[in-house]
Design a protein around this ligand. Structure first.
Ligand code: UDP
Ligand code: MN
Length: 489
């Protein structure tokens, strides 16, 4: 089509200018074709993206980390897969935001606006947050992952009837001027729900949000019909039963260090709710802040030791009111899964969590560094529980360490009277006895039939309280900030 025209010009015209005209015409045509080509491609791409966004999510896109190499759920690669779990991404998001908050705070300081004070919820807040419904949890989760630039569009929900459990991670960060209420409360939840109940896509990234029906409802409520700018974020969907880790803690110079160490251990474990329960009348903002920063799903509650035990000169029932508070929480909020008492100062190999989460009634295993014998352990002969090895028996039926057993939540529900006694030295024994009827043959023996040590009763050296800072000398330095982070007895 071009060529005859060009020839014509060449015949009629004369010299160099006609030649140039030919070239220009050719160039223009090429440009036009390219423009049409690019425009058509763009239209196709947009249509394709739209089409993809309407497609349901394939199951293998959700659970990427199933172990193909081994059928055993306890293999190391199975556990390693958690390290790359989508839950970690959720946590990272929350953590990133926390750091951002820190930066904003520093900026405020520089601008002379004074520090934003962190304060934790009071007991009433906690009670409310504790009894908060799944819907609320999902709603606040969404508020955390909000980013200004992406647009969430909730889409059709598709249900499948898989028996997988889902975990809803909730992170609430409520800001009130001039104070900042920072409470991260997250609930590991077993809904007998679906692998994938709702598929949400962002228009920009085509990433999908996997969440529960509740979340979907909550999101609707949160939006209030208005387009809500939300970053599409993954919420873990996972098969293993949930773990409820009850950690007693109390105010002392080592407290934040202990919680930080334990928290990052627990961060390797999926579908876990960390119940941090402080022996105090009110929560401590520094603890709440530390828990927020770690990013493990948690509830932070308080349960003070009764006065009569505080005043005694004899041994105190340490952490008992905290653990009983944890049991109450589970009675009110959990239906299945497994509970474990993890003191804040002990040491845990994450393998034990993957083993204990399948406990049917009660499971046990050895604990290192207990008394002068160096270990406390069930004694197993020919695969059967024969008795207990512990440096101090003291007439106990179950001479075991607090770190050496786990209990099924369902089993606990069937024993509504079960609790820990305020009897120093007999806390474990009293609690296990209160779980009767429990046959020795029903006790599951973990850690390779009690041939491995995966938990240790470590104890941290007591540190003397920090001396007050010389404010005349250091008042206008970073030390004034650090000073506020110190937990004094
Ligand atoms: N604990 C507590 N209040 C106290 C002392 C201890 O809540 O007054 C907690 C503590 O944080 C730990 C658990 O109870 O998680 C056991 O206490 P500790 O480690 O001091 O006891 P030990 O391991 O030496 O028996
Ligand atoms: Mn201890």
């Amino acid at each position: 089509m071009l060529l005859p025209q060009a020839k014509e010009v060449k015949l009629n015209g004369s010299g160099v200018s006609s030649n140039n005209n030919n070239k220009m015409a050719l160039g223009k045509s090429i440009k036009m074709y390219l423009t049409i080509f690019v425009a058509t491609t763009c239209v196709y791409m947009v249509l394709y993206q739209y089409h993809m966004s309407r497609q349901p999510l394939a199951t293998n896109e959700v659970i990427k980390h199933t172990d193909k190499s081994s059928s055993s759920p306890l293999s190391s690669s199975f556990i390693a897969s958690y390290l790359w779990s989508p839950a970690a991404n959720v946590n990272t998001t929350a953590m990133g935001q926390g750091q951002g908050e820190g930066q904003r705070q520093r900026q405020r300081q520089r601008q002379g606006q004074g520090p934003i004070q962190l304060h934790a919820p009071n007991a009433t807040d906690i009670a409310t947050s504790t009894s908060a419904s799944m819907a609320a949890s999902a709603m606040s989760f969404l508020s955390t992952v909000s980013l200004p630039l992406t647009l969430s569009s909730s889409s059709s929900s598709s249900s499948s009837s898989s028996d997988a459990k889902s975990i809803i991670t909730r992170t609430t960060t409520t800001r009130t001027a001039p104070a900042l209420t920072s409470t991260t409360t997250t609930a590991a939840t077993t809904t007998t729900s679906t692998t994938r109940t709702t598929t949400t896509t962002t228009r920009t990234t085509q990433k999908r949000l996997v969440t529960s029906g509740h979340a979907q409802n909550a999101m609707g409520k949160a939006d209030g019909g208005v387009a809500h700018k939300t970053r599409s974020t993954f919420i873990a969907v996972s098969k293993p039963p949930p773990l409820y880790i009850i950690t007693p803690t109390y105010r002392r110079p080592e407290q934040l260090a202990e919680l930080t160490r334990l928290g990052y251990t627990l961060k390797h474990v999926l579908n876990l709710l960390w119940l941090v329960i402080e022996d105090a009348n009110r929560t401590n903002p520094l603890v709440a802040h530390t828990l927020d920063r770690i990013g493990v799903p948690y509830e932070y509650l308080v349960a003070p030791m009764p006065e009569q035990y505080k005043l005694t000169k004899r041994a105190k029932p340490r952490g008992v009111s905290n653990r009983n508070r944890g049991l109450d929480y589970l009675r009110a909020n959990a239906t299945e899964g497994v509970l474990y008492f993890a003191d804040d100062d002990n040491t845990y190999d994450i393998n034990i969590f993957e083993q204990m989460r399948y406990t049917k009634k009660v499971s046990m295993w050895p604990v290192g560094l207990v008394t002068k014998t160096g270990v406390s352990s069930p004694i197993i002969r020919e695969g059967k529980l024969e008795g207990y090895y512990d440096g101090w028996i003291g007439g106990r039926k179950y001479p075991v360490d607090m770190a050496g057993f786990a209990v099924s939540v369902k089993f606990l529900h069937e024993r509504p009277q079960a609790k820990m006694p305020f009897k120093p030295g007999y806390e474990e024994d009293g609690f296990l006895r209160s779980l009767a009827p429990l046959d020795n043959a029903e006790i599951e023996l973990l850690a390779d039939e009690c041939r491995e040590i995966l938990t240790w009763h470590t104890q941290t050296k007591k540190n003397s309280p920090a001396l007050p800072l010389n404010m005349t000398r250091y008042g206008h330095t970073n030390l004034a900030f650090i000073e506020k982070l110190l937990v004094r007895p």
